[in-house]
Design a protein around this ligand. Structure first.
Ligand code: IMP
Ligand code: MG
Length: 180
């Protein structure tokens, strides 16, 4: 069994709070290109976009496939796959990811969009681990302890993404990529 960190209702409140802030900053009526980082963004991005619509924000949805983690650790490099085939020039971009650890993923992806001429590039993550440098994040849902979490899109070796809550993985369970 897994210890629950945030239940569905708590997640819902965090998402609504984020959408309210983003909507307030999007008062210019411009459509927002929401770009989710697969696969972890999926439930969060769906809920966030529905909530944004409730606050009157028009969104377009795009996705990037990004890989930076090896097992339960950052690999130190970010690979970007499957780029949106759309004109990014002067677009208002909101990058959406599930959780911030080193911040490398979001920094690299934000740089990638800016280099391709995007207009305002902002970032939103549901969670950040405590003690991390979250300077790259414009909209942060909440900070959690320095533990490995799963659920609501987040995985441990591709398991548990479907959970409707966020739970803490038992750290004694071997990492699927460890040699032990
Ligand atoms: P960063 O590039 O070091 O900030 O790592 C962010 C990425 O690592 C996220 O998009 C997640 O895919 C993954 N990640 C970081 N911490 C966790 C965790 O506790 N559980 C599941 N995935 C995580
Ligand atoms: Mg990820």
């Amino acid at each position: 069994m897994m210890d629950k960190l945030l239940d569905g209702h708590q997640i819902e409140q965090i998402v609504e709070h984020l959408a309210r802030q983003i909507a307030a900053d999007q008062a210019n009526g411009q459509p927002l290109m929401v770009v989710g980082l697969l696969k972890g963004c999926l439930p969060f991005m769906a809920d966030l976009c529905r909530s944004l619509s409730g606050f009157g924000v028009r969104v377009e949805m795009e996705y990037l496939r990004v890989k930076s983690y090896l097992g339960r650790r950052s690999s130190g490099t970010v690979q970007i796959f499957e780029l949106p085939e759309v004109d990014l020039v002067d677009r208002e971009i909101l990058l959406v990811d599930d959780i911030l650890d080193t911040g490398l993923t979001l920094r690299e992806v934000a740089r990638f969009f800016r280099e391709r001429g995007a207009g305002r590039v902002r970032t939103c993550v549901l969670l950040s681990k405590e003690g991390r440098d979250a300077a790259v994040v414009d909209y942060l849902g909440t900070t959690i302890p320095d533990v490995f979490v799963v659920g609501y899109g987040m995985d441990d070796a591709e398991q548990y993404r479907e959970l409707p809550y966020i739970g803490i993985v038992n750290q004694d369970k071997p990492d699927a990529t460890s040699c032990a």
